[in-house]
Design a protein around this ligand. Structure first.
Ligand SMILES: Nc1ncnc2c1ncn2[C@@H]1O[C@H](COP(=O)(O)OP(=O)(O)O)[C@@H](O)[C@H]1O
Ligand SMILES: O=P(O)(O)OC[C@H]1O[C@](O)(COP(=O)(O)O)[C@@H](O)[C@@H]1O
Ligand SMILES: [Mg+2]
Length: 529
């Protein structure tokens, strides 16, 4: 029996890929529920939070069965099937009002000349999630399903405008909400959602202020949105609508959606936000409301499963270069200089890894996914000593979630239920200073924490394009009648995915991946233990 996507909101989960016996991406395996231990379960703000730990990692597939691949693929298709309004409601489609041809005359869409333009995506269109065929599980970076690492097709649904839509645009009231922390590109996505809604003919578009809180907090009025209002918001960082953590429970949110008469809700946020959006979608279904809930993944940490990348990540990596370069200049110009930069990444070290790789100036990169020792002959401090002796300076990049075991845990959580991390940047800074003092070698340590400077930036060009496509696809998905979905880029193609599939766990750097190996090659750092 496969692990069925739960209709219960699953909160922060901690699964480290390198703890798994099987190489590859956890999401390709179907786990039976019995293989998970629920280590912690608490209710906060009416939400259910579960920390789920993988205690065994064997996939629940009988590879002796000659038909295992067929079963796997049937299960896959079931898991990745997109929830649709017609699953529960008797709603009829109508021809789309979104047309790229003659503006204002979408009725022509069924004509032969229109078909030649190939403007629309069909519900049976699919994109292939994985494209490498590994010759063995020992191939570098192999992601395998079976012990022989055989070829198994994993198809997901293609995003884009459909010929048939399930809403009358002039009757639609659309809401947009941005939750969690800031991320470069939020305004670009809001802007594109508004543009695309208007292109369909939607006239009532509102922003819900300050994340999910805007659904309950008194005095927070919805913000009317139009092309005129959002025209230039992409020129600055942040979110026009504001963001927040925590907020009302799902039932209150859905009551409020009902009261406002919102029938399309666009939710921009990370893992927590997606769990909330899925719960909202399920509650709307339970109440048989005709509401489409569509997410756009927003995580600067890049920690959403299955996606090539999420918007804001490229910008963060680029912006981090400035901090790393300053750290390098400081370190290089000082006698025995050590530059130290802390970058974001609660569970995932993608920003630290990519920023280290792209800068070419990092000697040591520390991320949460790869354990390391500080003291002792094979520890980080001894290697720093070696770098100072041989090069005269060193630059270190740490992800915020790295080295948590070296510090006292606070057990505190933020309003969303996320663990509040101890500051490893500050900790290692003190450790380095003390170490060099203890061994009687001068060292000049300069610590840079650019966290909020990076997060508040406006999107760079490549993220701006990603935001544009994602924002437009979110609207196409809602008009197509899907709900409980998110939109992303997988294997260079734009797709829709059911929310539970992308939040099974935070996406993490695989220490066996080619990218981490490239990072190690670039920094020249040894294994620390
Ligand atoms: N398991 C959950 N179920 C429902 N809502 C959640 C859940 N986890 C977080 N949320 C809500 O989602 C919003 C954003 O969550 P947060 O973890 O702060 O950011 P992110 O979405 O970036 O991960 C918050 O308002 C929070 O209360
Ligand atoms: O100070 P805040 O707002 O709690 O944000 C800190 C968090 O924001 C992040 O950059 C992104 O987190 P979210 O995806 O939850 O917004 C994390 O890496 C970091 O722990
Ligand atoms: Mg989060």
């Amino acid at each position: 029996m496969a692990f069925a996507p739960s209709t219960t909101a699953v909160g922060p989960v901690s699964i480290r890929l390198h703890h798994l016996h099987w190489s590859g991406n956890v999401s390709i395996f179907s786990f039976s529920q019995s293989r998970f231990r629920r280590s912690d379960k608490k209710t906060r703000n009416g939400f259910l939070f579960m920390d789920v730990k993988a205690v065994a990692a064997k996939p629940d597939i009988d590879f002796e069965d000659a038909n295992w691949k067929k079963h796997f693929q049937e299960d896959w298709d079931r898991r990745f099937n997109l929830p649709h309004l017609t699953d529960i409601l008797d709603v009829m489609p109508r021809p789309t009002t979104f047309s790229l041809k003659k503006r204002g005359s979408p009725e022509n869409i069924n004509g032969a000349s229109n078909d030649r333009r190939n403007d629309y995506v069909y519900n049976d269109d699919r994109a292939l999630l994985k494209v490498i065929k590994y010759s063995s599980p020992n191939s570098a970076g192999a992601e395998c399903i079976d012990p022989d690492c055989s070829w198994v097709e994993q198809w997901v649904h293609r995003a884009g405008p459909r010929k048939q839509i399930y809403f009358e645009p002039n009757e639609v009231k659309a809401g947009i909400v941005t939750c969690g922390g800031l991320c470069p590109g939020l305004n670009d996505v809001i802007r594109q959602i508004v543009f695309t809604l208007e292109k369909y003919g939607v006239q009532r578009i509102v922003g819900i202020p300050f994340g999910y809180r805007g659904f309950s907090e008194e005095g927070l009025e919805e913000i009317p949105l139009s092309r005129r209002v959002v025209q230039n918001i992409n020129l600055q960082g942040g979110s026009l609508l504001g963001v927040s953590r925590g907020g009302p429970n799902i039932s209150e949110i859905v009551d409020n959606i009902q009261a406002r008469g919102v029938d399309m809700l666009f939710v921009l946020g990370g893992n927590g936000t997606h769990a909330g959006a899925n719960a909202i979608h399920n509650e709307c279904r339970k109440r048989r409301m005709k509401v489409s809930v569509v997410c756009v993944p927003k995580t600067i940490d890049n920690d959403i499963l299955l996606m090539d990348k999420t918007f804001g990540f490229d910008t963060a990596v680029e912006e981090a270069q400035r901090a790393i370069n300053s750290a390098y200049i400081e370190a290089h110009s000082a006698y025995h200089g050590i530059g130290l930069v802390k970058l974001m990444g609660r569970d995932s070290g993608f920003i630290a890894m990519h920023a280290s790789l792209s800068s070419g100036q990092i000697d040591i990169c520390l991320i949460p996914e790869v354990p390391f020792g500080l003291e002792g002959p094979y520890g980080v401090l001894r290697h720093l000593e070696h770098l100072i002796q041989t090069k005269g300076h060193a630059v270190v990049c740490v992800a915020e979630g790295a080295g948590q075991d070296f510090m006292q845990k606070s057990n505190a959580t933020d309003a969303s239920g996320n663990n509040v991390l101890s500051d490893f940047g500050v900790h290692i800074q003190h450790k380095i200073k003390k170490h060099f003092k203890d061994i009687g070698v001068p060292a000049d340590v300069k610590y840079i924490d650019p966290t909020y400077m990076i997060r508040a930036c406006r999107a760079n060009a490549s993220d701006a394009i990603l935001c544009t496509v994602l924002g437009q696809n979110a609207v196409h998905g809602a008009f197509a009648g899907f709900s409980g979905i998110t939109t992303g880029i997988c294997n260079t193609h734009y797709v829709y995915l059911p929310i539970p599939e992308v939040i099974r766990s935070p996406r993490c750097v695989d220490p066996n991946s080619r990218m981490w190996h490239r990072c190690l090659t670039s920094t020249g750092q040894p294994d620390f233990h």
